[in-house]
Design a protein around this ligand. Structure first.
Ligand code: ADP
Length: 492
């Protein structure tokens, strides 16, 4: 056990590391729609290396059944009371990479969709919440801390503390991680009350009421013992009205129990020296392979074959969050500069997709818009581009900028959330930096940052040095898992 952990345990008067149960709607590689799944999938493995027994409880979605059914072992089943319904619930167990994953089985709630959307999603995850609480005493594994993630599991601490007094669930400690505060799980109170039997007195602004709705996430912010988010800057930002989505009050009040831990990436998967998706491999000491990746990208996607033309790329969901309004506003001006090329890989809002398709026609040979989701191509884009543009309106953590740096592609980002915490902006006096940044959500500020990037691009020594610094930065998950380990210990 690490010395640092031992000394915290001593201070807490404990000898053993706590048992951790992570509860989440998705868990990679079993089920995944976003970054949450990566954290839930990677964290227990990393914690295991630090000596923790960390397990996961997650819905047994159809996509998991399809792939893993023959490896899953049935543990027990029971009936869950949900409003007027009584529903079957099975608890299955799957061992994956030495991590124990409990799967909550219900054909009724976990069919094809991980998220059903609308009211139905509220019932889906109310069921999951009740199932987790009722299953805990029978798992044969007693967690000290239950680590909840986002609104789907945010009701766990409230129910445990208000409905399970005297039972084992009522004595556990609860951590809530907010991956994106914009998604809160807001429903009519009568509906939630009917499903989960919540007393009237909790439907007030002090507890779970928000703008005339019952907010699952707010309940979590009120009742969890500790709250954290996925970057230190985002932890500060969500205490303000601009970012807080109505939860800034409770989060400011609980400021001393709120912190931020930046996520990491899987550095074995994202490694330009071993990545099978790339046409050529490279490392920071030998970048010739990166040049080949660029030429291949240009060749395969109809861009002019010019190694000296800088490529700016975006690999992203195309939504307002990701700053597409700024891109729309500035694209024409930027395309006037220095034979710049642009590669868009993404999908999302139709208006943004149409804008990029239209731009492809207008800038034939200089702009490629690949509308869709393509994991393998994303690797080739990270390797082949020179810069990654990420002008997000808000960004709780962001993974794309870390992946880009690992591939020696310099991010140009807005200074918000995890972008601010992971990209060191170029300093022309010291030569330090791993990318470029701008402060305000403003198209002209973004343009200035892009122009500075272009200026550096034409100074090979500066560029080489920035690429080296970016590739040397540590974005491994081990760093995050140590922070989580300390947070758990302080919660005891
Ligand atoms: P968010 O979770 O808000 O979408 P992140 O930057 O945290 O943003 O994570 C996005 C992840 O999804 C990155 O790994 C990125 O490479 C990947 N990604 C996004 N869009 C695409 C796409 N169209 N094709 C392939 N990968 C994508």
């Amino acid at each position: 056990m690490k010395k640092q952990f031992r000394s915290i345990l001593n201070e807490k008067g404990r000898k053993e590391l706590p048992n951790i149960l992570l509860a989440a709607a998705e868990c990679a590689p079993l089920s995944k729609t976003g970054g949450l799944a990566d954290v839930v999938g990677t964290l227990p493995k990393a914690l295991k290396k630090l000596g923790f027994d960390a397990r996961v409880i997650t819905p047994y979605h159809r996509c998991i059944k399809d792939k893993y059914a023959d490896r899953v072992e049935h543990m027990f089943d029971f009936y869950v009371n949900l409003g007027w319904r009584t529903q079957y619930c099975g608890i299955e167990r799957l061992m994956l990479d030495d991590v124990c994953i409990y799967l909550v089985d219900s054909e009724f709630y976990f069919g094809d969709k991980i998220y059903r959307g609308g009211q139905a999603e509220g019932e889906q995850y109310a069921f999951f919440t009740r199932a987790v609480l009722d299953a805990i005493p029978n798992l044969g594994f007693m967690p000290d801390i239950v680590h909840c993630n986002d609104w789907h599991t945010a009701m766990l601490p409230m129910l445990a503390k208000t409905q399970y007094g005297g039972a084992i669930q009522g004595s556990l400690r609860w951590l809530l991680t907010i991956h994106n505060i914009a998604y809160q799980g807001k429903f009519g109170f009568d509906y939630v009350q009917d499903l989960l039997g919540i007393e009237d007195k909790y439907y007030t602004p002090e507890f779970m009421e928000l703008n005339g709705c019952a907010s699952f996430l707010k309940a979590g912010c009120v009742f969890a013992d500790r709250i954290n988010t996925v970057s230190p800057t985002y932890a500060q930002e969500i205490k303000t009205a601009y970012f807080g989505e109505g939860l800034e009050g409770i989060l400011s009040a609980r400021s001393s129990e709120l912190s931020g831990i930046i996520n990491g990436i899987d550095t074995r998967v994202f490694n330009p020296y071993t990545d099978p998706a790339l046409p050529a491999r490279y490392h920071k000491g030998r970048l010739s392979g990166k040049r080949l990746c660029k030429l291949e990208l240009q060749r395969n996607f109809g861009l002019e074959q010019r190694a000296e033309a800088p490529i700016f790329a975006m690999v992203t969901r195309m939504t307002e969050q990701k700053g597409f309004d700024l891109v729309e506003r500035m694209l024409d001006e930027l395309m006037q500069y220095n034979d710049m090329q642009f590669f868009m890989l993404g999908s999302g809002d139709k208006d943004y997709e149409d804008f990029m398709r239209n731009s492809e026609t207008r800038y034939k040979g200089r702009l490629c818009a690949f509308i869709g989701y393509n994991e393998e191509l994303s690797h080739r884009v990270y390797a082949g581009a020179d810069f990654l543009l990420m002008p997000s309106r808000f960004e709780p953590c962001g993974l794309s900028q870390m992946i880009a740096m690992r591939y020696g592609t310099l991010p140009v980002v807005r200074e918000t959330g995890g972008l601010k915490d992971s990209v060191k902006p170029y300093n022309r006096y010291t030569g330090e930096g791993t990318g470029f940044s701008f402060a305000d959500f403003n198209a002209h500020e973004m343009k200035d940052a892009v122009l500075l990037a272009l200026e550096c691009y034409h100074k090979p020594e500066i560029m080489q040095s920035l690429i080296r610094q970016a590739m040397e930065a540590d974005f491994s998950f081990d760093r995050s898992s140590e922070e989580y380990a300390k947070l758990y210990l302080w919660m005891l």
